[in-house]
Design a protein around this ligand. Structure first.
Ligand code: ADP
Ligand code: MG
Length: 464
């Protein structure tokens, strides 16, 4: 049976408590619903023929979607159908359209690509023109022109965006090609697992280490992000060296990103340095004012933010104050819109709102102070979840573990009392915080993967 069907009772129970449904609402609208089928990524739910399907859809579709996601870990579309709907005779045809749209998106999701990071959404300026053009050349002839392609630049300047763009475009142009995008953290953690399980067979003839090697070597293009985080780890460097040699020998494309050029990666093995320098090295630097304005404008277009009529002087204010990190440039635009919505007026946005919103981003002095908020932001960003998730009461491991890691890191990197740690993660009480910190501390002593991950997050918080 399908998980959604199997866990339906749990799902609606969760809906009932999360949304504090009254007994009457629950018994009238939710309890009679039946899962008819799950096809691809759509759950078909049957509504009693004398109930109002439209009303249920309007009121419960979104909450239900979220609850299904929370319980099963998969994001489904929902289709409500009345029990006597004739289309039930042939549900496949009915789903054709919704799933087709989703499917093209989900290919990218499955291999860990952000569907927003494409060449179309990438603004080209003087700071990234060279990197952009060599990335395109690589797409046009993978393995032939620039191999490896080594992209480097500071935090938030578009390295990951460009790497995902390359992977996307190759998959669109050549759907049959094998593309693997991975962070160096994942590479390291999977290697740790493979070594640990070396004596267990994956299947009759294959050891875990062989399976690991196959996964990385059997590709037409391998993109490895943030290579600076494997440096200093000898076994990982050694393994990566052989992966690299293998791919290179067979003319497969390798794309690497880093915060520094190879020569400045101090503890990187010499032979890897040499390899990285054999291909093309392209840097991405901070965007100039025009490019920053263009990026803001593009974000307004892509995210449909025209409706807020953000005045030019507000954009100008952002672009003059945020210079060295595009993620912060986007973040401050989001912050302004959030504040504007909160004020809930129909008046035009004005510059005072921008000043207020940017207080968080404009820091005096060069070094950022390590605050609980900075730690929460960095952890959320690392796990690709939102700060709101960390501060929520959500319990699935994908959110609870990062939340506990945030507590642990605030404890170890700052001097603030437990009470403030609780506040930083959304108002958790003393015992929850203590439990979280203890759990991570204990696990760290025996879990090498967690050690690796936490070291990486620490480096993101306190750059060398
Ligand atoms: P990095 O990997 O270098 O730290 P990212 O690729 O994650 O940076 O970029 C940070 C954010 O800025 C992302 O949301 C990305 O879409 C955006 N961004 C970066 N460069 C550009 C660009 N040239 N055009 C549009 N958006 C960009
Ligand atoms: Mg990145």
């Amino acid at each position: 049976m399908h998980t959604v069907k199997e866990r339906w009772g749990e799902i609606i129970d969760y809906l009932r408590t999360e949304h504090e449904l009254s007994n009457v609402s629950f018994n009238t609208w939710i309890l009679p619903l039946k899962v008819f089928d799950v096809i691809d990524e759509t759950v078909i739910i049957l509504v009693n023929s004398n109930a109002n399907a439209e009303y249920i859809e309007k009121k419960y579709m979104l909450p239900l979607k979220v609850c299904i996601g929370e319980i099963t870990g998969v994001e489904y579309e929902i289709l409500f159908l009345s029990e006597d709907d004739e289309r039930l005779e042939n549900p496949e045809s009915l789903l054709h359209e919704t799933t087709h749209k989703r499917r093209s998106k989900s290919i990218f999701d499955k291999i860990g690509l952000n569907s927003k990071y494409t060449f179309e959404t990438f603004v080209v300026g003087g700071n990234n023109k060279f990197a952009y053009s060599v990335a395109n050349a690589v797409v046009n002839s993978p393995g032939k022109v620039y191999n490896p392609l080594f992209l480097y630049g500071g935090v938030g300047l578009g390295k990951t965006h460009l790497m995902h763009s390359i992977a996307h475009k190759i998959l669109v142009d050549h759907p049959e090609s094998k593309v693997l995008y991975i962070t160096s953290e994942t590479f390291t953690n999977e290697l740790i697992d493979a070594i640990k399980n070396q004596n267990q067979r994956v299947n009759r003839e294959e050891s875990s280490l062989n399976a690991f090697r196959k996964k990385y070597r059997d590709n037409d293009i391998l993109l490895i992000d943030d290579i600076q985080f494997i440096i200093g780890k000898e076994s990982t460097q050694e393994e990566f060296f052989h992966t690299f040699e293998h791919l290179h020998l067979y003319g497969k494309q390798i794309v690497i990103s880093s915060d520094k050029p190879p020569k400045d990666l101090e503890t990187l093995e010499a032979r890897l340095k040499t390899r990285f320098e054999q291909g093309c090295i392209a840097d991405i630097s901070a965007p100039d004012y025009e490019t920053r304005m263009a990026i803001l404008q593009k974000k307004i277009d892509n995210d449909h933010l025209e409706k807020y009529h953000i005045p030019q002087d507000v954009l100008h204010y952002i672009a003059t104050h945020i210079k060295t990190n595009i993620r912060e440039l986007e973040g401050s635009l989001n912050k302004i819109i959030a504040l504007y919505k909160l004020n809930n007026t129909n008046e035009e946005m004005d510059i005072s709102l921008a000043v207020e919103a940017l207080k968080d981003f404009i820091v005096s002095g060069d070094k950022k102070e390590i605050t609980p908020d900075l730690i929460v932001d960095t952890v959320a960003d690392h796990y690709n979840i939102s700060v709101a998730d960390i501060k929520s009461e959500k319990r699935p491991a994908e959110i609870a573990v990062p939340r506990q890691i945030a507590m642990y890191l605030i404890r170890t990197l700052t001097e603030v009392p437990l009470k403030s740690i609780g506040i930083a993660v959304g108002g958790k009480d003393h015992s929850t915080v203590k439990h979280g910190i203890d759990k991570i501390t204990k696990q760290l002593s025996k879990d090498e993967k967690l050690q690796n991950t936490i070291n990486i997050i620490k480096k993101k918080i306190v750059p060398a």
